[in-house]
Design a protein around this ligand. Structure first.
Ligand SMILES: CCCCCCCCCCCCCCCCC(=O)SCCNC(=O)CCNC(=O)[C@H](O)C(C)(C)COP(=O)(O)OP(=O)(O)OC[C@H]1O[C@@H](n2cnc3c(N)ncnc32)[C@H](O)[C@@H]1OP(=O)(O)O
Ligand SMILES: Nc1ncnc2c1ncn2[C@@H]1O[C@H](COP(=O)(O)OP(=O)(O)OP(=O)(O)O)[C@@H](O)[C@H]1O
Ligand SMILES: O=C(O)CCC(=O)C(=O)O
Ligand SMILES: [Fe+2]
Ligand SMILES: [Mg+2]
Length: 361
Protein backbone atom coordinates (compact mmCIF):
# COMPACT_ATOMS: atom_id res chain seq x y z
CA UNK A 1 0.00 0.00 0.00
CA UNK A 2 1.45 3.30 -1.05
CA UNK A 3 0.89 5.31 2.09
CA UNK A 4 2.90 8.30 0.89
CA UNK A 5 0.63 8.61 -2.10
CA UNK A 6 -2.49 8.25 -0.01
CA UNK A 7 -1.42 10.98 2.40
CA UNK A 8 -1.34 13.56 -0.36
CA UNK A 9 -4.99 12.98 -1.12
CA UNK A 10 -7.58 15.35 0.27
CA UNK A 11 -10.61 13.72 1.86
CA UNK A 12 -13.07 12.37 -0.61
CA UNK A 13 -16.10 13.57 1.25
CA UNK A 14 -15.28 17.14 0.28
CA UNK A 15 -16.04 16.35 -3.36
CA UNK A 16 -19.42 16.07 -4.99
CA UNK A 17 -20.53 12.60 -5.97
CA UNK A 18 -18.97 11.06 -9.03
CA UNK A 19 -21.99 11.57 -11.22
CA UNK A 20 -22.06 15.32 -10.60
CA UNK A 21 -18.70 16.14 -12.07
CA UNK A 22 -18.69 13.55 -14.81
CA UNK A 23 -22.04 14.66 -16.11
CA UNK A 24 -22.99 11.08 -16.86
CA UNK A 25 -26.64 10.31 -17.21
CA UNK A 26 -27.84 7.72 -14.75
CA UNK A 27 -27.89 4.57 -16.81
CA UNK A 28 -28.60 1.12 -15.57
CA UNK A 29 -25.84 -0.25 -17.76
CA UNK A 30 -23.28 1.82 -15.88
CA UNK A 31 -24.40 0.81 -12.44
CA UNK A 32 -21.96 -2.04 -11.97
CA UNK A 33 -18.94 0.06 -12.95
CA UNK A 34 -20.20 2.94 -10.84
CA UNK A 35 -20.74 0.63 -7.91
CA UNK A 36 -17.21 -0.74 -8.24
CA UNK A 37 -15.90 2.81 -8.32
CA UNK A 38 -17.92 3.75 -5.25
CA UNK A 39 -16.50 0.75 -3.45
CA UNK A 40 -12.96 1.72 -4.41
CA UNK A 41 -13.50 5.24 -3.19
CA UNK A 42 -15.12 4.10 0.03
CA UNK A 43 -12.25 1.77 0.58
CA UNK A 44 -9.68 4.49 0.00
CA UNK A 45 -11.64 6.78 2.26
CA UNK A 46 -11.77 4.26 5.06
CA UNK A 47 -8.14 3.30 4.82
CA UNK A 48 -7.08 6.97 4.78
CA UNK A 49 -9.03 7.49 7.94
CA UNK A 50 -7.45 4.41 9.40
CA UNK A 51 -3.97 5.63 8.62
CA UNK A 52 -4.38 8.88 10.49
CA UNK A 53 -6.49 7.51 13.31
CA UNK A 54 -4.58 4.35 14.13
CA UNK A 55 -1.00 4.64 12.88
CA UNK A 56 0.23 1.37 14.32
CA UNK A 57 3.20 -0.41 12.85
CA UNK A 58 1.45 -3.76 13.05
CA UNK A 59 -1.38 -2.69 10.84
CA UNK A 60 -1.66 -4.53 7.53
CA UNK A 61 -3.45 -3.43 4.42
CA UNK A 62 -4.89 -6.37 2.65
CA UNK A 63 -5.94 -5.08 -0.75
CA UNK A 64 -5.73 -2.70 -3.71
CA UNK A 65 -2.25 -1.28 -4.25
CA UNK A 66 -3.49 1.89 -5.99
CA UNK A 67 -1.34 2.10 -9.06
CA UNK A 68 -2.81 4.67 -11.37
CA UNK A 69 -1.79 3.73 -14.89
CA UNK A 70 -3.75 6.10 -17.10
CA UNK A 71 -3.45 9.47 -15.35
CA UNK A 72 -0.70 11.77 -14.13
CA UNK A 73 -0.88 13.65 -10.87
CA UNK A 74 -0.80 17.32 -11.87
CA UNK A 75 -3.03 18.46 -9.03
CA UNK A 76 -5.96 19.25 -11.32
CA UNK A 77 -8.03 16.05 -11.33
CA UNK A 78 -9.63 15.10 -8.05
CA UNK A 79 -8.90 11.58 -6.84
CA UNK A 80 -12.40 10.54 -7.87
CA UNK A 81 -11.91 11.98 -11.33
CA UNK A 82 -8.64 10.09 -11.71
CA UNK A 83 -10.25 6.85 -10.60
CA UNK A 84 -13.14 7.47 -12.94
CA UNK A 85 -10.82 7.82 -15.95
CA UNK A 86 -8.72 4.86 -14.85
CA UNK A 87 -11.80 2.69 -14.69
CA UNK A 88 -13.86 4.04 -17.60
CA UNK A 89 -11.38 5.56 -20.08
CA UNK A 90 -13.12 8.93 -20.36
CA UNK A 91 -14.10 11.93 -18.30
CA UNK A 92 -16.63 14.63 -19.03
CA UNK A 93 -15.93 18.17 -17.85
CA UNK A 94 -18.90 20.44 -17.94
CA UNK A 95 -18.82 23.99 -19.27
CA UNK A 96 -15.11 24.00 -20.13
CA UNK A 97 -15.18 26.11 -23.29
CA UNK A 98 -16.92 29.50 -23.32
CA UNK A 99 -19.88 30.41 -25.54
CA UNK A 100 -17.78 33.19 -26.98
CA UNK A 101 -15.03 30.83 -28.13
CA UNK A 102 -17.51 28.36 -29.56
CA UNK A 103 -19.34 31.08 -31.49
CA UNK A 104 -15.97 32.15 -32.91
CA UNK A 105 -15.26 28.58 -34.09
CA UNK A 106 -18.70 28.38 -35.63
CA UNK A 107 -18.12 31.58 -37.63
CA UNK A 108 -14.73 30.32 -38.80
CA UNK A 109 -16.43 27.10 -39.92
CA UNK A 110 -19.08 29.02 -41.85
CA UNK A 111 -16.45 31.12 -43.62
CA UNK A 112 -14.69 27.96 -44.75
CA UNK A 113 -17.95 26.46 -46.01
CA UNK A 114 -18.72 29.62 -47.98
CA UNK A 115 -15.24 29.21 -49.44
CA UNK A 116 -14.21 32.70 -48.32
CA UNK A 117 -10.88 31.41 -47.06
CA UNK A 118 -8.56 28.74 -48.30
CA UNK A 119 -6.69 26.83 -45.61
CA UNK A 120 -3.64 24.75 -46.62
CA UNK A 121 -4.02 21.06 -45.82
CA UNK A 122 -7.66 21.36 -44.78
CA UNK A 123 -9.87 18.44 -45.82
CA UNK A 124 -13.57 19.16 -46.36
CA UNK A 125 -15.61 16.02 -46.15
CA UNK A 126 -19.17 15.57 -47.39
CA UNK A 127 -21.53 12.87 -46.22
CA UNK A 128 -21.56 9.93 -48.60
CA UNK A 129 -25.35 10.23 -49.04
CA UNK A 130 -24.99 13.86 -50.18
CA UNK A 131 -21.90 13.34 -52.33
CA UNK A 132 -23.70 10.68 -54.32
CA UNK A 133 -26.75 12.90 -54.96
CA UNK A 134 -26.44 16.67 -55.40
CA UNK A 135 -23.82 19.37 -54.79
CA UNK A 136 -24.76 22.13 -52.36
CA UNK A 137 -22.12 24.84 -51.92
CA UNK A 138 -22.68 25.61 -48.25
CA UNK A 139 -22.34 24.20 -44.76
CA UNK A 140 -25.29 21.88 -45.31
CA UNK A 141 -23.08 19.80 -47.57
CA UNK A 142 -20.11 19.60 -45.20
CA UNK A 143 -20.06 16.78 -42.67
CA UNK A 144 -16.55 17.27 -41.36
CA UNK A 145 -13.50 19.50 -41.54
CA UNK A 146 -10.28 17.71 -40.94
CA UNK A 147 -6.77 19.06 -40.37
CA UNK A 148 -7.50 22.69 -39.51
CA UNK A 149 -4.06 23.17 -37.94
CA UNK A 150 -3.31 25.99 -40.40
CA UNK A 151 -6.48 27.93 -39.57
CA UNK A 152 -5.42 30.39 -36.86
CA UNK A 153 -8.95 30.77 -35.49
CA UNK A 154 -9.98 27.13 -35.33
CA UNK A 155 -6.56 26.11 -34.08
CA UNK A 156 -7.09 28.32 -31.02
CA UNK A 157 -9.27 25.46 -29.76
CA UNK A 158 -6.19 23.23 -29.50
CA UNK A 159 -4.31 25.87 -27.51
CA UNK A 160 -7.01 26.69 -24.97
CA UNK A 161 -5.22 26.61 -21.60
CA UNK A 162 -8.14 25.00 -19.79
CA UNK A 163 -8.13 22.14 -22.34
CA UNK A 164 -4.35 21.70 -22.18
CA UNK A 165 -4.46 21.58 -18.38
CA UNK A 166 -6.66 18.52 -18.60
CA UNK A 167 -4.75 17.01 -21.51
CA UNK A 168 -1.55 17.15 -19.45
CA UNK A 169 -3.17 14.77 -16.93
CA UNK A 170 -3.16 12.10 -19.65
CA UNK A 171 -0.12 12.93 -21.78
CA UNK A 172 2.32 14.56 -19.39
CA UNK A 173 3.90 17.99 -20.03
CA UNK A 174 5.15 17.69 -23.65
CA UNK A 175 2.05 17.90 -25.80
CA UNK A 176 1.48 17.63 -29.54
CA UNK A 177 -1.83 18.35 -31.29
CA UNK A 178 -1.83 15.48 -33.80
CA UNK A 179 -5.24 15.58 -35.42
CA UNK A 180 -7.97 18.20 -35.60
CA UNK A 181 -11.63 17.95 -36.64
CA UNK A 182 -14.81 19.96 -36.69
CA UNK A 183 -17.72 17.57 -37.07
CA UNK A 184 -20.97 18.86 -38.58
CA UNK A 185 -23.07 15.73 -38.30
CA UNK A 186 -25.85 16.15 -40.87
CA UNK A 187 -29.52 15.26 -40.50
CA UNK A 188 -29.71 11.68 -41.63
CA UNK A 189 -30.72 11.53 -45.28
CA UNK A 190 -32.67 8.34 -44.63
CA UNK A 191 -29.90 5.79 -45.11
CA UNK A 192 -28.35 5.93 -41.64
CA UNK A 193 -25.08 7.19 -43.13
CA UNK A 194 -24.88 9.85 -40.43
CA UNK A 195 -23.88 7.14 -37.97
CA UNK A 196 -20.28 6.77 -36.98
CA UNK A 197 -19.48 3.10 -36.39
CA UNK A 198 -17.98 2.01 -33.10
CA UNK A 199 -14.21 2.33 -33.32
CA UNK A 200 -10.96 2.95 -31.47
CA UNK A 201 -9.13 6.07 -32.64
CA UNK A 202 -5.79 4.31 -32.15
CA UNK A 203 -6.57 2.37 -35.34
CA UNK A 204 -5.67 5.57 -37.25
CA UNK A 205 -2.47 6.38 -35.39
CA UNK A 206 0.98 5.06 -36.30
CA UNK A 207 2.41 6.09 -32.94
CA UNK A 208 2.44 4.80 -29.38
CA UNK A 209 2.06 4.37 -26.46
CA UNK A 210 -1.73 4.29 -26.54
CA UNK A 211 -2.00 5.53 -22.95
CA UNK A 212 -0.32 8.83 -23.93
CA UNK A 213 -2.91 9.68 -26.59
CA UNK A 214 -6.17 11.40 -25.69
CA UNK A 215 -9.00 13.05 -27.57
CA UNK A 216 -10.67 16.27 -26.42
CA UNK A 217 -14.18 16.55 -27.90
CA UNK A 218 -16.27 19.65 -27.20
CA UNK A 219 -19.98 19.97 -27.92
CA UNK A 220 -20.67 23.16 -29.90
CA UNK A 221 -24.37 22.92 -29.01
CA UNK A 222 -26.57 20.60 -26.98
CA UNK A 223 -25.94 17.02 -28.08
CA UNK A 224 -28.25 14.19 -27.12
CA UNK A 225 -29.48 10.87 -28.36
CA UNK A 226 -31.76 12.55 -30.89
CA UNK A 227 -29.02 14.37 -32.78
CA UNK A 228 -26.44 11.60 -32.41
CA UNK A 229 -24.32 12.22 -29.34
CA UNK A 230 -21.18 10.20 -28.65
CA UNK A 231 -21.74 6.65 -27.47
CA UNK A 232 -18.97 5.01 -25.45
CA UNK A 233 -18.26 1.53 -24.14
CA UNK A 234 -16.84 2.24 -20.67
CA UNK A 235 -13.71 0.35 -19.68
CA UNK A 236 -12.75 -0.77 -23.18
CA UNK A 237 -9.56 1.34 -22.95
CA UNK A 238 -8.02 -1.47 -20.87
CA UNK A 239 -8.23 -3.85 -23.83
CA UNK A 240 -6.09 -4.00 -26.95
CA UNK A 241 -6.46 -2.55 -30.43
CA UNK A 242 -9.03 -4.57 -32.35
CA UNK A 243 -9.27 -5.24 -36.06
CA UNK A 244 -11.30 -2.62 -37.93
CA UNK A 245 -13.21 -2.86 -41.21
CA UNK A 246 -16.08 -1.12 -42.95
CA UNK A 247 -19.29 -2.27 -41.28
CA UNK A 248 -21.75 -4.01 -43.59
CA UNK A 249 -24.36 -1.29 -43.70
CA UNK A 250 -27.02 -1.38 -46.41
CA UNK A 251 -27.22 2.39 -46.88
CA UNK A 252 -23.47 2.83 -47.32
CA UNK A 253 -20.62 4.00 -45.10
CA UNK A 254 -18.49 7.12 -45.22
CA UNK A 255 -14.93 6.87 -46.45
CA UNK A 256 -12.55 5.73 -43.71
CA UNK A 257 -15.34 5.16 -41.20
CA UNK A 258 -14.04 1.79 -40.10
CA UNK A 259 -15.69 0.01 -37.19
CA UNK A 260 -14.47 -2.66 -34.79
CA UNK A 261 -14.92 -6.03 -36.39
CA UNK A 262 -17.68 -8.10 -34.78
CA UNK A 263 -19.16 -5.23 -32.75
CA UNK A 264 -21.44 -6.64 -30.06
CA UNK A 265 -24.49 -4.36 -29.77
CA UNK A 266 -25.27 -5.94 -26.39
CA UNK A 267 -22.14 -4.50 -24.76
CA UNK A 268 -23.15 -1.95 -22.08
CA UNK A 269 -22.91 1.54 -23.58
CA UNK A 270 -23.31 5.06 -22.33
CA UNK A 271 -24.76 7.96 -24.33
CA UNK A 272 -22.84 11.14 -23.50
CA UNK A 273 -25.44 13.88 -23.53
CA UNK A 274 -23.67 17.24 -23.33
CA UNK A 275 -24.40 20.96 -23.31
CA UNK A 276 -22.62 23.56 -25.42
CA UNK A 277 -19.05 23.90 -24.09
CA UNK A 278 -18.98 20.57 -22.23
CA UNK A 279 -15.85 18.60 -23.10
CA UNK A 280 -15.10 14.91 -22.91
CA UNK A 281 -11.54 13.57 -22.78
CA UNK A 282 -11.18 9.96 -23.86
CA UNK A 283 -8.45 7.36 -24.23
CA UNK A 284 -7.30 6.28 -27.71
CA UNK A 285 -8.44 2.69 -27.13
CA UNK A 286 -11.91 3.54 -25.86
CA UNK A 287 -14.53 2.09 -28.20
CA UNK A 288 -16.93 4.85 -29.23
CA UNK A 289 -19.12 6.00 -32.09
CA UNK A 290 -22.29 7.98 -32.63
CA UNK A 291 -25.84 7.15 -33.60
CA UNK A 292 -27.80 8.69 -36.43
CA UNK A 293 -28.91 12.30 -36.36
CA UNK A 294 -32.70 12.16 -36.22
CA UNK A 295 -33.14 15.96 -36.14
CA UNK A 296 -33.11 18.54 -38.91
CA UNK A 297 -30.15 20.38 -37.37
CA UNK A 298 -26.44 19.85 -38.01
CA UNK A 299 -24.89 18.54 -34.79
CA UNK A 300 -21.58 20.33 -34.29
CA UNK A 301 -18.54 19.35 -32.26
CA UNK A 302 -14.88 20.33 -32.35
CA UNK A 303 -12.10 17.98 -31.39
CA UNK A 304 -8.37 17.47 -31.19
CA UNK A 305 -6.30 14.36 -30.62
CA UNK A 306 -3.31 15.06 -28.45
CA UNK A 307 -0.30 12.86 -27.87
CA UNK A 308 2.72 13.10 -25.65
CA UNK A 309 5.59 14.48 -27.74
CA UNK A 310 7.57 11.60 -26.25
CA UNK A 311 5.55 9.06 -28.25
CA UNK A 312 7.32 7.24 -31.07
CA UNK A 313 6.26 6.34 -34.59
CA UNK A 314 6.29 2.74 -35.77
CA UNK A 315 5.74 0.97 -39.07
CA UNK A 316 2.19 -0.40 -39.24
CA UNK A 317 3.08 -2.82 -42.04
CA UNK A 318 2.03 -6.32 -41.07
CA UNK A 319 -0.36 -5.06 -38.35
CA UNK A 320 -4.15 -4.65 -38.34
CA UNK A 321 -3.59 -0.97 -39.21
CA UNK A 322 -2.24 -1.72 -42.66
CA UNK A 323 -5.72 -1.33 -44.21
CA UNK A 324 -6.12 2.26 -43.02
CA UNK A 325 -2.54 3.15 -43.93
CA UNK A 326 -3.24 2.08 -47.50
CA UNK A 327 -6.36 4.25 -47.68
CA UNK A 328 -4.62 7.29 -46.24
CA UNK A 329 -1.63 6.87 -48.55
CA UNK A 330 -3.95 6.50 -51.50
CA UNK A 331 -5.77 9.73 -50.71
CA UNK A 332 -2.58 11.63 -49.88
CA UNK A 333 -1.16 10.47 -53.17
CA UNK A 334 -4.23 11.32 -55.25
CA UNK A 335 -4.74 14.71 -53.63
CA UNK A 336 -1.19 15.92 -53.15
CA UNK A 337 1.00 13.51 -55.09
CA UNK A 338 2.81 12.51 -51.94
CA UNK A 339 3.78 9.11 -53.31
CA UNK A 340 7.20 9.13 -51.70
CA UNK A 341 5.95 9.97 -48.25
CA UNK A 342 5.45 7.48 -45.49
CA UNK A 343 2.57 7.65 -43.08
CA UNK A 344 5.03 8.81 -40.46
CA UNK A 345 6.09 11.76 -42.65
CA UNK A 346 2.46 12.75 -43.18
CA UNK A 347 1.73 12.74 -39.45
CA UNK A 348 4.95 14.55 -38.54
CA UNK A 349 4.01 17.31 -41.01
CA UNK A 350 0.54 17.77 -39.60
CA UNK A 351 1.38 17.54 -35.88
CA UNK A 352 1.89 20.78 -33.94
CA UNK A 353 3.62 21.31 -30.60
CA UNK A 354 1.23 23.02 -28.17
CA UNK A 355 3.11 22.68 -24.88
CA UNK A 356 6.61 21.80 -23.70
CA UNK A 357 9.24 20.36 -26.00
CA UNK A 358 8.98 18.46 -29.28
CA UNK A 359 11.05 15.54 -28.09
CA UNK A 360 10.10 12.80 -30.55
CA UNK A 361 6.89 13.06 -32.58
C1 LIG B 1 -1.92 14.86 -46.07
C2 LIG B 1 -2.94 13.78 -46.47
C3 LIG B 1 -3.91 13.53 -45.43
C4 LIG B 1 -4.90 12.47 -45.89
C5 LIG B 1 -6.04 12.28 -44.96
C6 LIG B 1 -5.61 11.70 -43.68
C7 LIG B 1 -6.76 11.14 -42.92
C8 LIG B 1 -6.28 10.62 -41.64
C9 LIG B 1 -7.38 10.13 -40.83
C10 LIG B 1 -6.99 10.20 -39.43
C11 LIG B 1 -8.16 10.11 -38.55
C12 LIG B 1 -7.65 9.96 -37.15
C13 LIG B 1 -8.62 10.28 -36.11
C14 LIG B 1 -9.58 9.23 -35.86
C15 LIG B 1 -10.81 9.70 -36.38
C16 LIG B 1 -11.75 8.64 -36.78
C17 LIG B 1 -12.45 9.16 -37.94
O1 LIG B 1 -12.89 10.24 -37.98
S1 LIG B 1 -12.58 8.13 -39.19
C18 LIG B 1 -13.10 9.07 -40.47
C19 LIG B 1 -12.10 9.96 -40.88
N1 LIG B 1 -12.53 10.40 -42.07
C20 LIG B 1 -11.71 10.78 -42.92
O2 LIG B 1 -10.55 10.79 -42.67
C21 LIG B 1 -12.29 11.15 -44.21
C22 LIG B 1 -11.44 12.12 -44.79
N2 LIG B 1 -12.09 12.57 -45.94
C23 LIG B 1 -11.45 12.72 -47.04
O3 LIG B 1 -10.29 12.44 -47.12
C24 LIG B 1 -12.22 13.26 -48.22
O4 LIG B 1 -13.38 13.86 -47.81
C25 LIG B 1 -12.53 12.21 -49.30
C26 LIG B 1 -13.42 11.10 -48.74
C27 LIG B 1 -11.22 11.61 -49.82
C28 LIG B 1 -13.23 12.88 -50.46
O5 LIG B 1 -12.58 14.08 -50.77
P1 LIG B 1 -12.39 14.59 -52.25
O6 LIG B 1 -11.52 13.62 -52.96
O7 LIG B 1 -11.98 16.01 -52.20
O8 LIG B 1 -13.89 14.53 -52.77
P2 LIG B 1 -14.47 14.32 -54.16
O9 LIG B 1 -13.49 14.69 -55.21
O10 LIG B 1 -15.78 15.01 -54.14
O11 LIG B 1 -14.75 12.76 -54.23
C29 LIG B 1 -13.78 11.82 -54.65
C30 LIG B 1 -14.41 10.44 -54.59
O12 LIG B 1 -14.68 10.09 -53.20
C31 LIG B 1 -16.07 9.85 -53.05
N3 LIG B 1 -16.43 10.38 -51.73
C32 LIG B 1 -16.48 11.65 -51.35
N4 LIG B 1 -16.87 11.76 -50.09
C33 LIG B 1 -17.07 10.51 -49.66
C34 LIG B 1 -17.50 9.97 -48.44
N5 LIG B 1 -17.79 10.73 -47.40
N6 LIG B 1 -17.60 8.64 -48.33
C35 LIG B 1 -17.34 7.84 -49.36
N7 LIG B 1 -16.91 8.29 -50.55
C36 LIG B 1 -16.81 9.60 -50.70
C37 LIG B 1 -16.73 10.58 -54.17
O13 LIG B 1 -17.99 10.06 -54.45
C38 LIG B 1 -15.76 10.37 -55.28
O14 LIG B 1 -15.89 9.05 -55.73
P3 LIG B 1 -16.03 8.74 -57.27
O15 LIG B 1 -16.21 7.25 -57.32
O16 LIG B 1 -14.75 9.21 -57.89
O17 LIG B 1 -17.23 9.49 -57.72
N1 LIG C 1 -22.06 -3.15 -37.18
C1 LIG C 1 -21.61 -2.11 -36.46
N2 LIG C 1 -20.28 -1.93 -36.31
C2 LIG C 1 -19.83 -0.89 -35.59
N3 LIG C 1 -20.62 0.01 -35.00
C3 LIG C 1 -21.95 -0.12 -35.13
C4 LIG C 1 -22.51 -1.17 -35.85
N4 LIG C 1 -23.86 -1.03 -35.80
C5 LIG C 1 -24.11 0.06 -35.07
N5 LIG C 1 -22.98 0.63 -34.66
C6 LIG C 1 -22.80 1.85 -33.86
O1 LIG C 1 -23.37 1.61 -32.60
C7 LIG C 1 -23.87 2.82 -32.07
C8 LIG C 1 -25.31 2.67 -31.70
O2 LIG C 1 -26.06 2.39 -32.87
P1 LIG C 1 -27.59 2.76 -33.01
O3 LIG C 1 -28.02 2.71 -34.42
O4 LIG C 1 -28.38 1.97 -32.04
O5 LIG C 1 -27.51 4.28 -32.63
P2 LIG C 1 -28.26 5.17 -31.60
O6 LIG C 1 -29.18 5.97 -32.44
O7 LIG C 1 -27.26 5.89 -30.81
O8 LIG C 1 -29.04 4.24 -30.61
P3 LIG C 1 -30.54 4.33 -30.19
O9 LIG C 1 -31.30 4.04 -31.45
O10 LIG C 1 -30.60 3.24 -29.20
O11 LIG C 1 -30.73 5.70 -29.67
C9 LIG C 1 -23.64 3.89 -33.12
O12 LIG C 1 -22.44 4.53 -32.84
C10 LIG C 1 -23.55 3.06 -34.37
O13 LIG C 1 -22.84 3.75 -35.36
O1 LIG D 1 -18.48 13.17 -33.52
C1 LIG D 1 -18.71 12.01 -33.80
O2 LIG D 1 -19.79 11.63 -34.23
C2 LIG D 1 -17.67 10.95 -33.58
C3 LIG D 1 -16.38 11.37 -34.12
C4 LIG D 1 -15.30 10.41 -33.90
O3 LIG D 1 -15.36 9.56 -33.09
C5 LIG D 1 -14.13 10.49 -34.72
O4 LIG D 1 -14.16 11.22 -35.71
O5 LIG D 1 -13.15 9.84 -34.39
FE1 LIG E 1 -13.33 8.56 -32.93
MG1 LIG F 1 -30.65 2.79 -32.72
Amino acid sequence: MDVAYKRRLPTFSSYPCVRDHTGIQPDRKMSRAAERLRLMINHLDRSSATISAVPTSTQTFTSHPQTLRFTHDTGLLTPEQRLFYEENGFILIKNLVSEEDIDKFRKAFERICRQEVKIPGLVVMRDVAIVKSEFVPDEKAVSKLQDFQEDPELFQYCNLPQILNYVECFTGPNIMAMHTMLINKPPDAGKKTSRHPMHQDLHYFPFRPADSIVCAWTAMEKVDRQNGCLVVLPGTHTGTLQEHDYPEWEGGVNKMYHGVRGYDPKHPRVHLEMEKGDTVFFHSLLIHGSGMNRTQGFRKAISCHYASADCYYFDVKGTSQENIENEVKDIANRKYGLGEMTLKDIWALRGRLVQGERTSL
